[in-house]
Design a protein around this ligand. Structure first.
Ligand SMILES: [Zn+2]
Length: 542
């Protein structure tokens, strides 16, 4: 036998190609739990299913790698901003999603973060959404490029902004229409609603909760939270204070809207995600696929009932079971040893201010918009300017009226500076920064100012940017909220489980920016193009 033939035979006996291929997960599942502050899963850990194959959150808590000191580095801790950072591995100054809404000077209209007027909604009537406003590539975009478009990329959520941003510019995003109960998408993704989504919408899934009653799953004495924040809750339409929360018997827009405030909303999201895996054959071959699932109910419940409510706690007990079912399905279908699962949140949350104040902490529900308008009147009087100084207040941003100011003898910079000085005195405001400060100065020496600068994009930001005092709601639109640069809002879990992940816990400071670059490193592909995160070595090198 000649040497060449011998070598060939030896090589053919080695499963070299397969060995390389199985080094990579078949599927990456990125789970985002909206408003899940970093302490909450440990707070409620004793409620979660702990036995073998039916674990939900405990697949992370018991078996996963936990980064328990993950904080966002931006000030506007809101849903779109957090999801965009998770998707792109970048701070908002790089990915452009600076808020859920901003003011567009060119149109004179408010811009909703994922609104896309150039496309059409599919599956219901209403405005269309896409990733068009996202100014950076996502991990999923890089996966698409690296696999010549062969990776299957899907993102699902109740909220459009929970799906669209992680789905990126090449994936397929689906979200929930609150009027029809349908899972919808837009012409950005498909020419028409795909048959598998239509099939799901025609099934009995969305109406499975008609007449259902959400009651506590455990004995009331077992909960860490209690009913003492009830006087400050703001139950949504159709809900009363206290359990049980009954669903209407007939399908209607009211019923579908109510689903989003109950564990049923997340159950439906998970069912649709499973339907996507099943019908689109995710994880079926050796090309790594990507599925992003954002569970929105924790945020809807937290805003109305507060994060320390029995509702918020029980919702997570039920989400644990929903996750357990999803993981069992993935285990049977693909094998969890082939699925890398990441878990994080788009932001944290603060207690209802009145509830926090009751316990002796400084907390305030302010009326900053009225006070800022009054401050503007006083600046106009001081400078002798006639007309409205402010064109739009979209907190934390204040947009000046350029036509009024250019018709006066004062410069825009002077007016911004004078207004910032006055606004800094407004009840509930900690500081006010001008566009000049944010663009021309390095503010990274100050932990709060640094986060404002990290959230700043000149073309989308105001001329003055406001920061609230801690535990202060500048505008009241719900019982509890988030959106500040303080730790309760920046703190989120960053957990991994499944494919080759070991049971470990790390307490060093990390950021959700690190997720996208870590996933890129796991697959050995390019990082999202404007990523600022650091690779989490422990997930990549074992
Ligand atoms: Zn929220």
């Amino acid at each position: 036998m000649n040497k060449f033939l011998m070598t060939s035979l030896l090589l053919s006996a080695l499963p070299a190609v397969d060995a390389v291929a199985t080094e990579q997960p078949k599927l990456i599942v990125q789970i985002t739990v909206d408003q899940l502050r970093g302490d909450l899963l440990k707070r409620y850990a004793d409620h979660f299913v702990a036995s073998g194959k039916s674990k939900g959150f405990k697949r992370f808590l018991d078996d996963g790698t936990l980064y328990t000191n993950a904080h966002y580095r931006h000030a506007t801790t809101l849903t779109a901003v957090g999801h965009a950072t998770l998707a792109t591995g970048a701070i908002p100054s790089q990915h452009g999603l600076v808020s859920n809404d901003w003011y567009d000077r060119s149109t004179g209209k408010s811009m909703y973060c994922v609104a896309d007027a150039s496309n059409t909604l599919l599956g219901a009537k209403g405005y269309s959404s896409s990733a068009a406003n996202l100014l950076a590539s996502t991990f999923s975009d890089e996966l698409f490029q690296a696999t010549n478009g062969q990776a299957k990329i899907y993102a699902v959520s109740i909220k459009d902004r929970g799906a669209v941003l992680t789905g990126g510019h090449h994936g397929k995003a689906f979200w929930f229409d609150k009027k029809t109960g349908n899972m919808v998408t837009s012409t950005y993704y498909y020419p028409e609603l795909p048959a598998f989504a239509e099939q799901f919408n025609q099934s009995d899934a969305k109406d499975a909760y008609l007449g259902a009653s959400w009651s506590l799953s455990l004995k009331e004495s077992q909960y860490h939270n209690d009913a003492s924040n009830r006087p400050y809750q703001m139950p949504p339409k159709g809900f009363n204070l206290g359990f049980p929360h009954g669903m209407p018997a007939d399908a209607s827009a009211t019923y579908y809207d109510m689903l989003t405030y109950t564990p049923y909303g997340d159950e439906l999201t998970a069912k649709f995600a499973q339907h996507v895996v099943e019908t689109q054959q995710l994880g079926a071959d050796d090309i790594t696929d990507y599925l992003s699932i954002s569970f929105s109910v924790n945020d809807y419940v937290g805003h109305r009932f507060g994060p320390y409510s029995l509702e918020a706690e029980d919702n997570l007990v039920r989400l644990d079971k929903t996750l357990a079912n999803l993981f069992s399905y993935l285990d049977k279908k693909i094998g969890l040893e082939h699925v890398l699962i990441a878990l994080s949140a788009d932001h944290g949350v603060d207690a209802i201010p009145e509830y926090k104040a009751l316990r002796g902490s400084p907390a305030l529900r302010a009326k900053a918009v009225e006070d800022i308008n009054a401050a503007a009147l006083s600046v106009a009087a001081d400078l002798g300017i006639k007309g409205e100084l402010i064109e739009k207040i979209a907190l934390p941003d204040i947009y000046l009226n350029y036509s009024t100011i250019t018709a006066s003898t004062s410069s825009i910079e002077t007016v911004a500076q004078k207004l910032a000085e006055k606004v800094a005195q407004v009840n509930g405001v900690a500081l006010a920064l001008t566009a000049k400060e944010l663009t021309e100065q390095n503010l990274q020496y100050d932990p709060i100012k640094a986060k404002v600068q990290n959230s700043y994009v000149a073309s989308r930001a105001g001329d003055v940017v406001v920061v609230q005092k801690r535990s202060t709601m500048l505008q009241s639109y719900s019982a509890a909220t988030h959106g500040s640069p303080y730790n309760y809002d920046t703190y989120v879990p960053l957990y991994f489980t499944g494919w080759k992940v070991k049971a470990k816990e790390y307490t060093r400071p990390v950021s959700p920016e690190d997720l996208a670059v870590t996933l890129s490193a796991v697959l050995g592909i390019t990082q999202p193009d404007r990523a600022t995160g650091q690779v989490l070595n422990e997930i990549v090198i074992r």
